[in-house]
Design a protein. Sequence first.
Length: 236
Amino acid sequence: KQWYQRRVAITAGIVSLNDLVTELSEKIAKLTISSAENTAEMKLSKAETTLSRAARSKEIEDLKTDAARVSEVESLKEQIGTLNKAFSLVLENKEVALAGMTTQMEAMKEEQVELDRAHAWQALHMAAAAACRGSTPTGGSGPNGNAVLAKENTRSCDQVCGASYFNVCDADISISGYKGQATSYSQRLGHFYNYGCGSPGNTSERFDEVKAGGDGVFSDHSTGNWYYRFCCCRKA
């Protein structure tokens, strides 16, 4: 009986011990879970801190990039302003240069017109000299070179020559010519006439070079300017 009671007591003790072990195991398990949770929370907090720092670093880098871009934009604006000023100056200088060139070209154009006009009158005078050479009985004589004078429309060549140093009239010639090149052998290229020294002849002002306009030398039959008249004079 005593042995039985001891066995029961031992069995009860073992059961109690097992219960205690189970309780301790459960507590250890809880402590392990709690520790794991704390560790996880710490890791999570650390990760969040790391991410927060990374985000702040990213923000700082973005701000630096934005600042650099703003500085670059300002620099570009300054360069554009400088280029605009330079372009405006070049454009202004170009306009001044163009205005100067235009003025110069206009002056050259006017000079060329004046030169053409002078050459045209010279050609007419040379034609008149040739006409006088062929119209005088002796072909030209006297103590000096003979002269061609413009004939005034209201006076005779005797009067025109007599009032000059070359006081003798040999001929009164009227000549005209057409512009352009001949295109046929029947085409009239010019006209000539000899009124004689003693008569004023045709008194139209259109034949008087002195009373003609500067561009009158470019006129011909198509504009009603048939002739220009000249006196062939020599010194007696």
